[in-house]
Design a protein. Structure first.
Lengths: 379, 621
């Protein structure tokens, strides 16, 4: 499915202005960032990972975080320029940057575009101020919407993120919020159900029974169904569990993950997966920003490299691929797994899996319980 | 006896120095147990006695030093009785050897106390001066009197503002009927009054009796399995002398062994050349057969032994039974080994092999109560690293068949077809509960709800003492927990088995997705069956995770469904965000779930987590 000559690049920027209470990403709040030092380190790492996968065509770059909109545009430019010297670059290369929608960051959008970014993903998260505060966000709803409008003017492609199934949110409230958001005219949306992650402020509060008003499983399931139907009729159907796009506007970069293509990663805690001399490798860099930059400056930010066994390749292929509406081509799946499909479908009232036109897919009744389907399939 | 002292010249290793001539001279030995209601401060008092006599180096001291098991430290209670030998230079200028046995306070471990008492001549009766006399205080005093003990009352925790020494003394005299005028006042926490306790031990407790020249007669008090030393046997010498290298015989089991190592407990083992009358110590003897050591047995020399064994201990009566099965059926042999070793250490625990359609091979085990059950289960899981499934606790029913035969039913799964049964009898207990006035109403209601019949109600000051005749089956599950919660911990409870009585008892089965789960079947009173069935189904609905399909959960008597719940199908379980950095994490999660499956049991298409089994049986009302 994915072209073995292609490669994607992930760049992790680990700093934020404040730590959101739900967030378990590798994000840190620090007093001052030495931008030129980080620029040099990221470019050095780019050189290192490029030598793992030389002679490839670069199809996408994704600046993720943390908050990459806090990067200096010249750092973004330096990385994009370095990538262009290392690989030949596809004509339709997709270069995405995640942005937090404060006015300060919106003011930098043009500079990011000039540096080479052609797609932004704006972290709106919610459309009312009370909920934004509860999520620990530093922007108001209006500020967020204005930032998104600026983004739409500046960039060819835009997306935004919303978090739903929040505390005290009703089905009706989410429906209204979603309809309003669709009205902003995105070509892509990531709509995430709030996940309580262990080790976060929300996780601690939850464990102590102090996180009140979270929707129960039934409400969460209703909200998910609602999301599917509203987005589909608005012409932005789900192409993945939480991602919606106008046909053709899917995130190429993220498709690389879900289709088990090759990517390399730079920055603290960045992962890579790529095939080299016939072996698929999984790589990982130092997670803590301090440890990472020290390691990079003494020559190598990587701290783990393992070959992925054929069994794990298969597990990863299904785990990631079944998240996509398009599913996984049957030729990529061992017969063992295919033979279990019938048995799994027998368990449910309507089938969870579907094999047709040479592909295995989860059905609309299987997708909301994909983890259970994967357990049956893989465990 | 002067020569006896000579025998104990400094040992060759030099690690153990005997003081002066006092040695095994009977007049210079005092043996005693420390008994009390739970938490009244026995182990803390033992700490102070150990500390003040310099038995353990200051740097090695810690709170409740003798509670060495993880599970004791976690729960803050004593489970096993522990013995320590300490040396005390008394005010009379003589040095005494004191063997103290710290005992558990909880009613489920009462057998440890009664056994310990057989090995000593006196008891320190500790009473928390802020709490007063409690149910186990009474139970322990009666046992001590039965064992002919001299009793020294010790009022502890006088550092607490709530301590009321005069009131508690009055209680001791009124309720127990022993003289409290010379009770020792202490704070085991601060160390206040501890020298007085030591003096009281020497001056008020009797020295042991015994004949050094008679044939060896020693009481097997306890035994345990030590991973390095194998089976360790604790003895109290009555007559004669036992030495390292001696050939000995256990009179009941007939087993013969040579003593490899002879030690005293300080509390670590310290080698000694011999133990004479009145002394307490331990030995190892390369004992291969765990069954050879039976507590209460008499140990004598193989040649020229005694002919008159000691009377032995009254065996304990297990009252709660349940099945223990390995989660992983391959662990069965390991489980057998673990159970044998634990039974060695705990004479009140019984077991026999059992097979279950759903659970495979396991053991039906008998316990003195639910805490005892929990402790044994925990110890097997931790000390032997075996995951267990615990089936519904049950008592022994007497099932009378129409053909005139009688069956002792330990396991509801073995209940014969109801049409063949004439009638069923269940065990009843006499429960004594002491409770402050303001909670009396709640306690009476609880007992009434559990089919209790009130036998007595008296007052001692602001506290009531209620005596109830209760079916044991209603008590074994969670009566103690409920009692604690309705009285905010202020009630105390003790019980005695009284006998059997006929009642309307039926077997209730539980069906999950139409499959019977034999591990959850239970005997219930017919009038309480609907309520228990409903509670069980509701509980299981909470405890069984949602599956991809809906699951009916039913309780039934014979073929008749008496309660039903439906666990609806899983509706939402999907990871919201999964990108490049999440692949590894997500895969690990799946692997963890694979491991988690080990703790599940498959019933047809349904997987039931093992925690569900025991939690399903805890009732909320
Ligand atoms: N204030 C105060 N607390 C004490 C005193 N003696 C013991 N305690 C506390 O009482 C609690 C119970 O003490 P333990 O020594 O474990 O009681 P125990 O009688 O051995 O308990 P079990 O073995 O479980 O029956 C602990 O928290 C002790 O610290 C005392 O003199 N004063
Ligand atoms: C790397 S994060 C955010 C990028 C950017 N710093 C921001 O906060 O807007 C990507 C997205 O994941 C989503 N997200 C993060 N933690 C989440 C959680 N616990 N539950 C659901 N969605 C979450 C948010 O929508 C967020 O925008
Ligand atoms: S959600 Fe975004 S802004 Fe908030 S801490 Fe995480 S990465 Fe930073
Ligand atoms: Mg204790």
């Amino acid at each position: 499915m994915t072209d073995p000559r292609h490669v994607a690049l992930y760049v992790h920027w680990p700093f934020c202005q404040a730590k959101c209470p739900y967030c378990d990403f590798n994000s840190h709040v620090v007093a001052g960032v030495d931008h030129s030092r980080w620029r040099n380190a990221l470019v050095a790492e780019l050189d290192r990972v490029a030598s793992d996968v030389p002679d490839r065509i670069l199809t996408s770059i994704f600046f993720g975080g943390g908050t990459p909109s806090l990067m200096q545009p010249q750092t973004v430019r330096a990385i994009i320029d370095a990538a262009r010297t290392r690989w030949s670059v596809a004509n339709d290369v997709e270069i995405t940057l995640e942005a937090n929608p404060t006015s300060v960051e919106a003011d930098k959008f043009r500079a990011f575009r000039d540096a080479g970014v052609n797609r932004v993903s704006v972290g709106l998260q919610a459309l009312n101020d009370t909920d934004l505060r509860a999520l620990g966000r530093l922007h108001s709803a209006d500020e967020g919407i204005r930032a998104f409008e600026t983004a739409r003017d500046v960039f060819a492609r835009t997306s935004f993120d919303l978090i739903y199934a929040r505390q005290h949110q009703t089905r009706e409230a989410w429906e209204q919020e979603l309809r309003r958001a669709i009205g902003f005219g995105p070509d892509h949306m990531s709509l995430y159900q709030l996940t309580i992650e262990p080790g976060t402020a929300f996780g601690d509060r939850f464990d102590r029974g102090r996180l009140k008003g979270l929707p129960d499983e039934d409400i969460a399931a209703d909200m998910y169904e609602l999301t599917q139907s509203i987005t589909a009729s608005a012409g932005l159907p789900a192409y993945e569990v939480s991602n919606h796009a106008r046909p053709g506007a899917e995130s190429l970069h993220n498709l690389t993950y879900w289709r088990a293509g090759d990517w390399v990663g730079i920055g603290p805690g960045a992962h890579g997966r790529f095939t080299r001399h016939g072996t698929r490798l999984a790589t990982e860099t130092f997670l803590a920003p301090g440890a990472w930059i020290t390691a990079v400056e003494s020559g190598n930010g990587e701290n783990n490299r393992q070959s992925v066994s054929p069994d794990d390749i298969q597990a990863e292929r299904l785990m990631m691929g079944l998240r996509l509406t398009e599913g996984v081509p049957v030729e990529d799946i061992a017969p063992d797994f295919l033979s279990r499909v019938h048995e799994i479908n027998e368990l449910m009232e309507s089938p969870a899996l579907d094999v047709s036109n040479g592909r295995l897919r989860v059905t609309s009744s299987g997708r909301p319980v994909l983890n259970a389907v994967l357990r049956e399939l893989l465990v | 006896m002067a020569e006896a002292g000579q025998d104990h010249a400094p040992s060759t290793t030099g690690e153990f120095r005997y003081i002066s001539s006092a040695m095994t001279d009977l007049a210079h030995i005092r043996n005693f147990s420390i008994v009390a209601h739970i938490d009244h401060g026995k182990s803390t008092l033992a700490d102070r006695l150990i500390q003040l006599t310099g038995t353990v180096a200051e740097r090695d001291m810690k709170d409740q030093l003798l509670d060495a098991m993880d599970i004791e430290r976690e729960r803050g209670i004593t489970i096993k009785a522990n013995t320590v030998r300490i040396e005390y230079p008394a005010k009379d200028g003589e040095t005494y050897i004191l063997n103290l046995i710290d005992t558990p306070g909880h009613v489920d471990f009462a057998y440890e106390v009664s056994r310990s008492m057989q090995a000593v001549e006196g008891s320190l009766l500790v009473v928390d001066a802020s709490q007063g006399v409690e149910a186990q205080t009474l139970a322990n005093v009666y046992q001590a009197i039965d064992a002919d003990h001299e009793i020294v009352p010790v009022l502890n925790k006088i550092d607490l503002p709530a301590a009321d020494v005069d009131r508690v003394k009055e209680q001791i005299e009124d309720v127990i009927g022993i003289d409290a005028s010379e009770a020792v006042h202490i704070s085991a926490k601060t160390g206040l009054g501890i020298p007085d306790v030591l003096e009281a031990i020497v001056t008020r407790l009797p020295a042991p009796k015994g004949d050094r020249d008679a044939p060896l007669k020693a009481m097997l008090v306890d035994s345990w399995y030590d991973p390095y030393l194998g089976v360790v046997v604790m003895i109290r010498v009555i007559d004669g002398v036992i030495r390292k290298g001696d050939m000995i015989r256990m009179m009941q089991t007939g087993a013969r062994y040579g003593i490899d190592k002879l030690s005293v407990l300080r509390p670590a083992m310290q080698d000694i050349k011999e133990l004479g009358p009145g002394e307490i110590g331990v030995f190892t003897a390369s004992i291969k057969q765990v069954r050879d050591t039976k507590v209460g047995d008499t140990i004598t020399h193989e040649k020229k032994g005694t002919d008159t064994p000691l009377p032995g201990f009254k065996p304990s009566q297990p009252v709660v039974f349940c099945g223990l099965f390995p989660v992983d059926t391959n662990d069965f042999e390991d489980l057998r080994d673990a159970i044998e070793k634990l039974a060695l250490n705990d004479a009140s625990f019984t077991y026999e092999m059992e097979t279950s359609a759903a659970l495979g091979f396991g053991f039906r085990c008998g316990f003195l109560g639910l805490l005892h059950l929990e402790v044994i289960r925990d110890r097997i899981e931790r000390e032997y690293d075996i995951d267990l499934i615990t089936t519904a606790p049950s008592v022994i029913y007497h099932v009378y068949m129409k053909d005139g035969s009688k069956l002792d039913l330990h396991n509801p799964a073995d209940m014969p077809d109801a049409t063949l049964v004439s009638h069923i009898e269940e065990p009843r207990i006499k429960a004594t509960i002491l409770v402050p006035d303001e909670y009396l109403g709640d306690v009476l209601k609880l007992c009434q709800d559990r089919r209790g019949i009130q036998e007595d109600l008296t007052y001692a000051g602001a506290r009531a003492m209620v005596v109830y005749d209760l079916p044991l089956n209603e008590v074994v599950f969670d009566f103690y927990d409920r009692l604690k919660s309705v009285t905010k911990g202020y009630a105390s409870f003790d019980y005695q088995l009284m006998g059997y009585r006929e009642d309307k008892l039926v077997k209730m089965q539980v069906l999950v997705n139409d499959e019977p789960v034999d591990a959850l079947s239970m005997m219930v009173h017919r009038d309480r069956a609907e309520m228990r069935g409903r509670a069980m189904c509701e509980k299981l609905k909470e405890l069984i995770p949602r599956h991809m399909f809906k699951i009916p959960i039913q309780a039934a008597i014979g073929g008749k469904v008496i309660a039903r719940e439906t666990l609806s199908a899983l509706r939402k379980d999907v990871t919201a965000k999964c990108y490049g950095g999440d692949v590894t994490r997500k895969k690990k999660l799946l692997e963890k779930q694979k491991a988690g499956k080990k703790r599940m049991r498959q019933f047809g298409k349904v997987e039931i987590p093992q925690e569900a089994f025991i939690n399903a049986l805890k009732m909320d009302s």
